[in-house]
Design a binder for this molecule. Structure first.
Ligand SMILES: [Zn+2]
Length: 122
């Protein structure tokens, strides 16, 4: 089995180049760089209603060593329309194994009284 390093398509042995992009085929694909979280193992833990909450929660999870992916479901050009059609802004996904911990952290974060950052304002 040969693979195209660009499209990641599989080819039978005997092919030398990718029929889609013309790249020389390789016997084995290089491993995907470590930072990429395989989509199949991700589970949604929260649907942030807006990007600010989504980003705060993503930062919170990462501070706790939980890998997460923040996905916007809005199409930038139609954000205003999309906001009216969808009650949520996007999704926060984590790896299956981190789910319980992530949900716990999010629950604590959301139930904590809002703390305004007002340093130097007095
Ligand atoms: Zn290709």
């Amino acid at each position: 089995m040969k693979h195209c390093p660009k499209c990641r398509s599989e080819y039978r042995d005997g092919f030398q180049t990718c029929s889609d992009c013309g790249s020389p085929l390789v016997g084995k694909l290089p491993d995907v760089p470590g930072e990429t979280v395989p989509e199949a193992e991700l589970v949604p833990v929260f649907d942030p209603p807006d990007p600010l909450i989504g980003q705060s929660l993503a930062a919170l999870l990462e501070d706790n060593g939980i890998k997460c992916v923040l996905k916007s479901e809005q199409i930038p050009a139609y954000a205003d329309v999309a906001m009216m059609l969808r009650p949520r802004w996007g999704r926060l996904l984590v790896l299956e194994g981190d789910r319980a911990r992530a949900e716990d952290l999010i629950k604590k974060y959301l139930s904590a009284p809002a703390q305004e950052e007002q340093e130097g304002e007095k």
